[in-house]
Design a binder for this molecule. Structure first.
Ligand code: AP5
Ligand code: MG
Length: 217
């Protein structure tokens, strides 16, 4: 099964994609996580991407499409995948379609629908593990020990792009460049719209019901 998660920054793509990937034992690929790791490691990709990410802008399509192409070439995506944060422009969606044209393509694009007020609340409260990328909410799902990841003991950090003015910019970029991706999948009857308000567990139950699969919640 080949799945992609769409939705505003903070709509819960990472939270749901990680959960689904664990339950289905499928690879989860977040372009945001890959880019943040590249920034931390100061690779050429990271040095190039950092200025866009800090400003809340998208990294150029060619860079991101090459990144996904490399993952495909490595064989990591051969037995299905869950993508989160990609595609987020129509050229990226077209490139993804072409990359997997030899297989059965994308099965579903799952859109998590959340209003902007809730987004601002969530992102201002988010913490994520520097080592394993598990996501916490300081109010909704706090770690057991402050500042430390429950899963791996790693350090919890706040993302640089979760500053209020950058959140605003990211929301504007989504409306302009990523909304058309929803339309791209809707036209192809591949869009699964999931109301994104409720607990992560409730939303996960909606996702698996929408996909018509059976896994433990
Ligand atoms: P990326 O990392 O993809 O960020 P994003 O799309 O802005 O989305 P987020 O990761 O902020 O949110 P999310 O939807 O994953 O929500 P989460 O589960 O964390 O991209 C970052 C940057 O990288 C981009 O701005 C761009 O520069 C670059 N980039 C990445 N991909 C690119 C691409 N394809 N092309 C070009 N550039 C690219 O949840 C958020 C918070 O809410 C958490 O605290 C969580 O605990 C909480 N939460 C989750 N679910 C619930 C719930 N149901 N109720 C209450 N709280 C909840
Ligand atoms: Mg994310």
């Amino acid at each position: 099964m080949n799945l992609v998660f769409l939705g505003l920054p903070g709509s819960g793509k990472g939270t749901q994609a990680v959960r689904l990937a664990r339950r289905l034992s499928m690879p989860h690929l977040s372009t945001g996580d890959l880019l943040r790791a590249a920034v931390r490691d100061k690779t050429p990709l990271g040095r190039d991407a950092e200025k866009y990410m800090k400003a809340g802008e998208l990294v150029p399509d060619s860079v991101i499409i090459d990144l996904i192409g490399e993952k495909k070439a490595s064989g990591d995506l051969d037995r299905g995948f869950i993508l989160d944060g990609f595609p987020r422009t129509v050229p990226q969606a077209e490139a993804l379609g072409e990359l997997f044209a030899d297989g059965h393509g994308i099965d579903k694009a799952i859109l998590l629908e959340v209003d902007e007020d809730e987004i601002v609340r969530r992102l201002s409260n988010r913490l994520s593990c520097e080592s394993c990328q598990v996501i916490y909410g300081q109010v909704t799902n706090p770690p057991k020990r402050p500042g430390m990841c429950d899963r791996c003991g790693g350090r919890l950090i706040q993302r640089q792009d979760d500053a209020p003015e950058v959140i605003k910019k990211r929301l504007g970029v989504y409306q302009e460049q990523s909304r058309p991706v929803e339309e791209y999948y809707r036209k192809r009857s591949l869009l699964l719209v999931i109301p994104g308000l409720g607990t992560p567990k409730e939303i996960f139950a909606r996702v698996i019901a929408g996909l018509d699969i059976t896994v433990d919640a």
